[in-house]
Design a protein around this ligand. Structure first.
Ligand code: HEC
Length: 164
């Protein structure tokens, strides 16, 4: 029996590689290698899918309305967000009046605190970027300021706000 020529050897190897990759995909679960730039949703944890990617890693829950926090949040929002957001209609960014009826408080905070990574990796934020064709600039808020803005946003909603 003769040895395989280089050309035959290469063909066999290529076929094996292709089927190995296909098998990996069909296997489900964690991908063997991290997804590249295209960023599939599967590299996010279920916490990140629900609550966003960013510095807030524990679920934030809303209790009774805190008036001091509300006053601070109103001020921060007027100074740093009104250039791009309105409550009842789309502006540079999406309308935010009902944002807490569709996203969790934690998600909203992570979007405020880490917008660049959110639009790169989170499927919802990516979709919004595609619709608005502008990126939300990081406004440099502290975690406390972002929490205060959530207190303001909850007072703007007409629908039922997600409290966690
Ligand atoms: C330069 C314009 C700009 C500024 C300033 C800005 N945003 Fe945004 N925002 C956007 C855009 C555009 C999007 C849609 C996602 C994207 O393209 O980055 C967005 C998305 C969001 C979302 C996600 C909405 C959803 O439905 O998921 C929230 C929450 C948000 N912004 C809150 C804020 C807050 C709070 C501030 C102030 C601290 C702020 N933004 C400042 C442009 C801006």
């Amino acid at each position: 029996m003769r040895a395989l020529s280089w050309r035959e050897w290469w063909t066999v190897t290529a076929v094996l590689l292709v089927s190995a990759c296909g098998g990996g995909k069909a296997g489900g679960g964690e991908p063997a290698a991290p997804a590249s730039g295209a960023g599939s949703a599967t590299d996010l944890s279920s916490f990140e899918l629900e609550h966003g990617i960013g510095p807030v890693k524990e679920e934030v829950t809303l209790g009774t309305l805190d008036q001091a926090l509300l006053a601070k949040g109103t001020e921060v929002f007027k100074a740093k967000c009104t250039a791009c957001h309105k409550m009842g209609e789309k502006y540079v960014g999406p309308a935010l009046g009902e944002v807490l009826t569709r996203r969790t408080p934690t998600y909203v905070m992570n979007m405020i605190l880490n917008p660049n990574e959110m639009v790169e990796r989170h499927p919802i934020a990516k979709q919004l970027l595609a619709e608005h064709m502008t990126t939300m600039a990081n406004q440099g808020l502290s975690v406390d300021e972002a929490r205060a803005v959530v207190e303001y946003l909850r007072t703007q909603a007409k629908g039922t706000v997600k409290t966690k």
